[in-house]
Ligand binder design. Structure first.
Ligand code: 1AE
Length: 408
């Protein structure tokens, strides 16, 4: 769809609605977001500005129905010399003021390799996380703490054990767990990692616990180092509220030697409109991986907070695809996931994913541990070519889950 990237430019693709002269609009963007004005400049100033001037690469007018407004894709190149190698300067250059200029949506960004290589990308990625956990031949299973706030450590510890006993591979804090006064992060890490070690002796599988990273942004890198030094096995970050650059700096820090899970909190403020904001594949796929997320959550096409399937698949592909610069990150389709959805998720996204559930584990009729087991039985069955109905004949936990939530 897109032309080959020019080494000297960041190329932004926009979807624009409602203009009568898309070529003029493209030219205004290319000049307006780089050197400001062109035709009025004296000759000497023009020469000085040439390296900084944006250029229109392509204008593709799209077909539209008679009752719709005209639309087009505009591809604009922005000189690398105008930006720093960080997401804030790139986003402000290509979509700062422009994001407020009528019906325009940023669909994609193509960065040349020279710029891509200045971003950390995932430190562990899919292979690194599989090696840490010791599971290579099936999707991983992650459980979300669904009740955290206000609970004392001993109750969370019990809840943690219930999840791990259900055979899950990872357990993550809920993203809203900020006020952990009764069970501070360092104490949770100590208690949960101790249980992980006990379990590992029997199962030979390591479970990762993702602790929610919170606090003032100026302290988050230090905080991440402290949690990592204290034995945390994984970090959870609400990337968009804190900022992509926070993820970048944590992922790039050699002292934070643990994987990072990116939560998509707040991204719904940007991607759902066809007219405004950023596309979900760019925001939750490309930018998260670039900035250093090893695991990226996003709404699946089937659950309670659904994302259109085409976008979810494109997003997952941007995380998983191999390139010579950054490791692949784990796609984690989430929200409203229950065991009956497992075959569909694996059919659509493949098995290099993490299946992630909160309510679909804790809401199991026989409790959290049975909830985890029902998922794992569904995963194992799908992986070995069995239907859920066949597997449920040998798994009371899976049978109960299907009776409660059905199967897609
Ligand atoms: C897309 C984010 C999903 C999430 O954060 C979450 O907590 C899901 O919970 P359940 O599985 O829908 O209960």
């Amino acid at each position: 769809m897109f032309m080959t990237i020019d080494q000297e430019y960041v190329v932004a693709t926009y979807l624009v609605h409602g203009h009568h002269n898309f070529y003029k609009k493209a030219q205004e963007i290319a000049v307006g977001l780089t050197v400001g004005t062109w035709t009025d400049l004296p000759k000497a100033k023009k020469e000085q500005m040439i390296p900084h001037l944006g250029k229109v690469i392509e204008v593709k007018v799209l077909k539209h129905k008679s009752d719709e407004s005209p639309k087009a894709l505009l591809l604009i190149g922005y000189p690398l010399v105008n930006m720093n190698p960080d997401i804030p300067s790139i986003l402000t250059t290509v979509f700062g003021k422009l994001s407020m200029d009528g019906q325009i949506k940023l669909i994609d960004l193509q960065l040349p390799d020279s710029l891509l290589s200045k971003f950390p990308g995932p430190r562990f990625g899919i292979d690194g996380i599989r090696r840490m956990i010791g599971v290579h031949n099936r999707p991983l299973l992650m459980s979300i703490f669904k009740q955290c706030i206000g609970l004392p450590l001993h109750e969370l510890e019990k809840e943690y054990q219930n999840q791990v006993d259900g055979q899950v591979d990872l357990v993550k804090d809920d993203e809203i767990f900020f006020r952990d006064d009764y069970a501070p992060a360092l104490k949770r890490i100590a208690a949960f990692e101790k249980y992980n070690q006990q379990k590992q002796e029997n199962t030979k599988k390591r479970v990762l616990y993702a602790v929610n990273l919170t606090g003032p942004v100026t302290q988050l890198v230090e905080q991440a180092k402290q949690l990592s030094n204290a034995g945390a096995s994984c970090l959870l970050l609400n990337v968009v509220p804190y900022g992509f650059d926070v993820l970048h700096r944590i992922a790039a820090d050699p002292d934070v030697n643990i994987p990072i899970i990116a939560h998509p909190a707040f991204t719904g403020s940007f991607y759902p409109s066809p007219y405004y904001g950023l596309s979900a594949p760019l925001l939750i796929g490309k930018l998260m991986r670039l900035s250093g997320a090893d695991i990226v959550l996003f709404p699946s096409p089937y659950g309670s907070v659904a994302m259109p399937k085409k976008e979810a698949l494109e997003l997952a592909n941007l995380l998983q695809s191999t390139n010579s610069i950054h490791r692949p990150a784990f796609p984690t389709p989430s929200a409203g996931i229950h065991p009956g959805l497992v075959p569909t998720i694996i059919r659509d996204f493949g098995d290099n994913i993490i299946i992630n559930a909160g309510g679909g584990i804790h809401g199991h009729p026989q409790g959290t541990t049975a909830g985890g087991k029902a998922f794992m039985d569904a995963i194992q069955a799908t992986n070995s070519g069995q239907t859920l109905a066949q597997a449920a004949d040998n798994s009371a936990e899976l049978r109960s889950a299907i009776d409660k939530w059905g199967a897609l």
